[in-house]
Unconditional design. Structure first.
Length: 152
């Protein structure tokens, strides 16, 4: 059986859910990584995850992504923005850990401008659950200093 190991990549995200670290996106000198990997933190073994798309709709797959942000919310991994095929984006995708499925999330109001290289955090309190997006660079490569809240 061949050993599963992510390729050498940069500008990806990694996050922990349960006893696994999940790695998504990024690129190397010659290709963009469209795959999702997990690392078992007890056995230190990599696994290639082969997720489905919610509703078998290919639009629910994030495809490639670089310099995006990633947070864990409930039983999902949420990615925002970054580069997709060389263009900055402001799209949001959710990976459902228990269903092993990706889903594109549609914003109900005006989203932040497309950006890459930003930060994201999750905050859950009595006001509600929010993902906060800060900074990054816009399509003109200008540094941003704005703060946005996405209400789950």
């Amino acid at each position: 059986m061949a050993r599963v190991v992510p390729p050498p990549i940069t500008n990806h995200t990694s996050t922990v859910y349960g006893d696994k670290m999940y790695l998504f996106g990024g690129s190397s000198m010659d290709h963009e990584n469209e795959k999702l990997f997990s690392l078992d933190l007890n056995k230190y073994q990599w696994q290639l995850i082969k997720p489905k798309a919610v509703g078998n709709n290919d639009a629910n797959f994030p495809k490639t992504r670089e310099e995006h942000s990633c947070i864990v919310y409930n039983d999902s991994m949420v990615i925002f923005g970054g580069f997709a095929f060389g263009e900055r984006t402001n799209s949001i995708f959710k990976y459902h850990f228990k269903q092993n499925a990706w889903e594109m999330i549609k914003c109900k109001n005006t989203p932040p401008c497309p950006r890459a290289g930003h930060s994201a955090v999750i905050r859950m309190d009595e006001v509600g659950d929010h993902m906060y997006i800060f900074g990054g660079k816009d399509e003109d490569n200008e540094k941003l200093k704005d703060l946005w809240a996405f209400d789950f």
